[in-house]
Ligand binder design. Structure first.
Ligand code: UDP
Length: 373
């Protein structure tokens, strides 16, 4: 065996695992089928702007250890995500806060906003919300649900809100203060110079093979290392033998525009039903860019099919049940650890990816040391 670990996927999970393993003196070979590092957090510089090629990534965490860890690889700027929603040309602040309530109903005090939400949800209140629609109406009432949640969510997930799990909407804060910060996290920012640099720093010292499709070269690659960390789709690993898990994919229509400032914000969500895309990202605003041109990406959400990039696991009951069966196969797979959004079929944020990669690495390294001592 040439390496202690073969790490399949050079995204955030694989990079953190490799970094932890190398810090413990282990050797790593990292393979990725794409021609670049960093998985879906890959950023590419065009016109001096770091373009988030696979969708916008805004780092946020409450975990000081995770924050200190990423700051060891990049300087983070002070970017605070404050997306706005465009509903038929009406602009609302997100997440749902006093600015949103004032624009929606003209209310100016938290008490009046709460009273209005209470009035709207009273007819629909469900003590134990079973789906996203019930959860959303409980949280913010029917007006906000209809204008800012329903169509956006249905475009993003391709399913009615009544068939989606309620936890998705609980990702968004509801605040009775005039605070447009999308996240409640203590720490937030974008790595200056882009995410690719961050991952390159974590992977320094690892052997790397890009353009390498593990599943197509499995026997030869497996022969190189004692243990495998697999961060690709769990169902693909098992050749979809129990059926395919569902994912949502995203198509990005990216354009360079000869204007300095196209939309005045990094993120504008289109929450109406008619606009075919879910949001427009204007990448320069993540780093307060002053370049003469700008680059925007329109995001079109679609059901994943073979050949597409999987982005979001669809964690509804049917898919979770199928995943549980794959998880049993994964647990029984000798020498392989499954990790990350695709390997564990979880809607992870980046900080959670780092937490789980570190926790898994700690357990794994303990185990491997026991064998080798
Ligand atoms: N959401 C919404 N309206 C918005 C933004 C978000 O209803 O304008 C809901 C929607 O259900 C979405 C969820 O919040 O699926 C999570 O959105 P987030 O922006 O966190 O998703 P991500 O950035 O991970 O794509």
């Amino acid at each position: 065996m040439q390496y202690d670990y073969l790490i399949v996927g050079a995204g955030l999970y694989g990079a953190v695992f490799a970094q932890q393993a190398m810090a413990a003196g282990k050797s790593c070979l990292v393979v990725d089928k794409r021609p670049h590092l960093a998985g879906n957090i890959y950023t590419e510089q065009i016109e001096g702007i770091n373009v988030h090629r696979y969708g916008a990534h805004i780092f946020h965490t409450n975990n000081k250890a995770v924050w200190d860890y990423v700051n060891g690889y990049a300087v983070f700027n002070r970017y605070t995500n404050s997306p706005v929603a465009n509903y038929h040309g009406e602009i609302y602040n997100l997440p749902f806060n006093m600015n949103t309530f004032n624009k929606m109903w003209g209310v100016t005090t938290p008490a009046d906003a709460q009273a209005e939400i209470e009035r709207q949800r009273a007819a629909h209140f469900t003590a134990q919300p079973q789906n996203l629609e019930e959860q959303a109406i409980n949280l913010v009432g029917t007006d906000i649900y209809e204008k800012l949640i329903k169509s956006y969510t249905e475009k993003q997930w391709g399913r009615p809100c009544t068939e989606l799990p309620s936890f998705i909407i609980k990702r968004l804060p509801v605040r009775f203060t005039y605070d447009n910060n999308y996240f409640n996290a203590l720490y937030q920012g974008i790595p200056c110079g882009g995410y690719t640099k961050l991952v390159e720093g974590m992977l320094a010292g690892a052997d790397i093979r890009l353009n390498t499709n593990y599943l197509q070269e499995k026997p030869a690659l497996d022969a190189l290392a004692g243990r495998v960390i697999y961060t690709g789709p769990v169902d693909a690993y098992f050749d979809y033998r129990l059926g395919a898990l569902q994912y949502r994919s995203v198509r990005f229509e990216t354009e360079t525009l000869d204007v300095e400032n196209y939309q005045g914000n990094a993120v504008v969500n289109y929450t109406d039903h008619e606009t075919p895309y879910t949001r427009i990202i204007e990448h320069k605003h993540f780093e307060f860019g002053t370049q003469p041109k700008t680059i925007i990406s329109r995001e079109y959400s679609a059901e994943w099919k073979p050949g597409d990039e999987p982005y979001y696991p669809v964690n509804d009951d049917a898919n979770n049940a199928l995943y549980a069966q794959y998880k049993a196969l994964a647990d029984a797979e000798p020498h392989v650890v499954f990790g990350g959004r695709l390997g564990e079929y979880r809607y992870y944020d980046m900080d959670k990816v780092i937490e789980t990669a570190m926790a898994t690495a700690a357990v794994e390294l303990e185990k491997i040391n026991q064998y080798t001592v």
